[in-house]
Design a protein around this ligand. Structure first.
Ligand code: THU
Length: 133
């Protein structure tokens, strides 16, 4: 877990968050063994803002990845750490690709200080593609 959290901390360094000042980094571990990083990317028009988690997912998906094991997330204002839960939009993106019973969301304050939640705990009644079939 340590390496994944270190990658999320590195990703956070690229955060573009001039409006909120809240800097988030994510590192997504795929079944292939590869790790994809993401940071939050804000926008003057606010709504185009992309969270770190989605940036990591979209980077991985656009490289052909489809099987995911876990995502580590770190965030906080400059010089401090919080423990942000992923927003509902990011959870919905995770629900599209990940098994709610096995996919792990690692909420980290640092390499030694983290909590692990299953996706299904964070989004127990999400909208899924099964209802469309
Ligand atoms: N944000 C994330 O990147 N991930 C989260 O889990 C929650 C929020 C970003 C969006 C915005 O750039 C900033 O944090 C404040 O909401």
């Amino acid at each position: 877990m340590r390496q994944l959290i270190e990658e999320a901390l590195e990703a956070r360094k690229q955060s573009y968050s001039p409006y909120s000042g809240f800097r988030v980094g994510a590192a997504l571990e795929c079944a292939s063994g590869k790790i994809y990083r993401g940071c939050n990317i804000e926008n003057a028009a606010y709504t185009p803002t992309n969270c770190a988690e989605r940036t990591a997912f979209f980077a991985a998906i656009s490289q052909g990845e489809r099987d995911f094991c876990r995502i580590a997330i770190v965030g906080g204002k400059e010089g401090q750490m919080s423990r942000p839960n992923p927003c509902g939009v990011c959870l919905q993106v995770m629900a599209e690709f990940c098994d709610p019973e096995t996919f792990e969301v690692v909420l980290a304050m640092g390499p030694e200080d983290y909590q692990v939640r299953k996706l299904g705990e964070l989004l127990p009644y999400g909208f899924t593609k099964e209802v469309l079939s």
